[in-house]
Design a protein around this ligand. Structure first.
Ligand code: NZQ
Ligand code: ZN
Length: 396
């Protein structure tokens, strides 16, 4: 196990009806907030009215900015920064999924950063000020942004989608009420479950030794995500299953599962290029990338892949490691298919003659040395091969 420091400032409030307490939970912590949300789901569900009432009852002043799109955009972030600066806002409340929360984190950072907020994402500038505090009410369990220190933003002008991380960007407060997920369409549940699972893959598949505790925590969380998502596929109104999936989603990405482990994030780097260029849902892009990536790298560390196949995918142990690993990957493909997730670039709407070389360059350019880390390090040519493997038809 490697050395590590873990700091997590989020007050995490979980349970039915807890979002009604947003006003009292924020009392004394902010005077005027920006209420930030997406394209309208919170108005249709009645959550918007409940939040406004709770804020008014608590005497918390607010302004609002809606319209965050999936794969949130820099233009709205800049608008939010100006709005906050001109209005004396001292806190940002995100009510939505990962896109709204990430946009809120970007605004909270941009307000205090003297330079250009996008240059934090490109690593051309460093943050020296403390971001405004961010509070969240989660409406979609998926990205884990409710307890992660990360934000991912798309720049419409440059066509890049980049992440930025800072420990102070973990929200000061996140409320997770499972009944808020009952209005989600089935594809968003599937995208979310796929994303959570991949957050664990990025940590679990490592060459770091002596990681038995986090191995076991990862495996339990992966099994829970797969079990609960399969239940929700058939019972979308099962609030108890949503509760288990949502807690798993937070645990999957608050980095408890990654402590002391060398991490990869290669599937995410590859997927963010797809989202940036073709605006596909993050979880859908991951469903296509992950199996092809596993096929490409498992031989670099067959032991960890066989352990996963047996402990998570339920494959019978055998001395024939190759058979065990391939059966595990095949079962993952089958589970993606059961959830209705895409299997190929074509199903994502990405043509076979897409510029995969440019996307491979983009994915590698954000990593140290221009190489994608993991059990096997990938260069640009190898990254392009993974994209091309996703254009082949698969049978699950
Ligand atoms: O905009 P509204 O109308 O709210 O509709 C949203 C949106 O269309 C809808 N939705 C959300 N809650 C709903 C609902 N519809 C009905 N009922 C509800 N309760 O769902 C759609 C998708 O929302 P979005 O926020 O885009 O999805 P998700 O939570 O999956 O977030 C994806 C974004 O997070 C980034 C991804 O790259 C992507 O941009 N990620 C952020 C991470 C982080 N900050 O740590 C890590 C992840 O790996 C990921 O990269
Ligand atoms: Zn993700």
């Amino acid at each position: 196990m490697n050395n590590f420091t873990y700091y997590n400032q989020t007050r995490y409030v979980f349970g039915h009806g807890e979002y009604n307490n947003i006003g009292t939970l924020l009392q004394g912590k902010c005077k005027k907030l920006l209420l930030h949300y997406g394209g309208g789901s919170i108005k249709r569900s009645g959550l918007y009215d409940a939040v406004v009432k709770a804020l008014q009852d608590a005497g918390i002043d607010f302004i609002e900015l809606g319209g965050v799109k999936p794969n949130p955009c820099l233009t709205l972030v800049r608008e939010g920064v100006e709005l906050c600066r001109n209005s004396g806002v001292d806190c940002v409340l995100a009510v939505g999924g990962g896109s709204v929360i990430d946009s809120a984190k970007a605004i909270a950072t941009g307000v205090v950063h003297e330079g250009d907020v996008w240059k934090l994402y490109t690593h051309e500038e460093t943050l020296t000020a403390t971001p405004l505090p961010v509070a969240t009410i989660l409406t979609l369990p998926a990205a884990g942004s409710e307890n992660s220190p990360n934000t991912v933003i798309s720049n419409e002008e440059t066509g890049r989608k980049l992440g930025y991380g800072h420990e102070l960007l973990r929200p000061m407060l996140s409320i997770v009420s499972p009944e808020l997920f009952l209005t989600l369409p089935p594809e968003q549940m599937a995208y979310g479950a796929c994303d959570m699972l991949c957050h664990i893959f990025e940590r679990y598949f490592t060459n770091t030794q002596d990681t038995e505790l986090t191995d076991a925590l990862c495996e339990a969380t992966m099994r829970t995500i797969m079990q609960q998502a399969s239940i929700l596929r058939h019972e979308p109104q099962n609030e108890a299953a949503w509760a288990q999936l949502a807690l798993s989603g937070t645990v999957a990405h608050n980095n408890i599962l990654g402590l002391g482990r060398e991490q990869s994030w290669t599937c995410h780097a590859l997927e963010h290029e797809l989202s940036a260029v073709y605006d596909v849902a993050h979880g859908a892009g991951l469903a296509v990338i992950v199996p092809a990536y596993f096929d490409a790298v498992w031989q670099a560390n067959p032991g960890i892949f066989a352990q996963w196949a047996v402990n998570v995918m339920g494959v019978t142990p055998s001395r024939n490691t190759e058979r065990v690993v391939k059966e595990g990957i095949q079962r993952l493909r089958a589970w993606y298919k059961e959830l209705g997730l895409p299997q190929t670039m074509q199903e994502l709407g990405i043509p076979a003659d897409a510029d995969f070389a440019a996307m491979a360059h983009g994915a590698c350019s954000v990593r140290a040395g221009g190489l994608l880390p993991g059990v096997r390090v990938l260069n640009v040519t190898e990254a392009e091969e993974v994209y091309r493997a996703c254009t082949n038809s698969v049978t699950a």
